[in-house]
Write a new protein. Structure first.
Length: 156
């Protein structure tokens, strides 16, 4: 597996990967339609250098992560999705480590994560601290676990 910056011509491919990854958890078509905008990987984010992709030895995407622009002392992990066949093979961990390192390099002190409930255990195992439940950015009335990774201490 290789981590590299995403290319703008990969936006549609990475968006499709995000959709497959989300659907893997059993969400129905109506739910997926409500999430479509937040699952899209914008070309502008790629052009800013905010999107990383994990690829296999043939260059096929295995997963992707996107950071938000900084706010206050934090950066939000806007997306982290792994293609279902690659789940459990270290792709998500590598992408989260990239997000933490990149957040630190950009001068932010915290990485914050509005997580899908199915990913909560993963984030906790990776050292994220649960803060509270927060409103979904895609589905009105849905509450999601909100985490932070404090980056002020020694590197993980």
């Amino acid at each position: 597996m290789i981590l590299r910056a995403a290319r703008t011509d990969e936006a549609a491919t990475l968006t499709a990967l995000c959709m497959r990854s989300k659907r893997h958890w059993g969400y129905d078509d109506a739910f997926m339609r409500r999430c479509a905008i937040t699952l899209a990987v914008p070309g502008q984010a790629i052009a800013r250098g905010d999107v990383q992709v994990a690829v296999d030895e043939d260059g096929q995407p295995l997963g992707t992560a996107q950071l938000s622009p900084p706010f206050d002392d934090a950066i939000e992990l806007d997306k982290l999705f792994v293609d279902p066949p690659a789940i459990g093979h270290g792709v998500g961990a590598a992408l989260l480590r990239w997000a933490m390192d990149e957040t630190r390099a950009r001068g932010a002190k915290r990485l914050v994560i509005l997580a899908d409930p199915h990913a909560a255990t993963f984030y906790e195992k990776m050292g994220a601290r649960f803060l509270h439940m927060a409103p979904s950015d895609a589905v009105p009335g849905r509450q999601l676990p909100f985490y932070e990774v404090d980056l002020r201490g020694p590197q993980s």
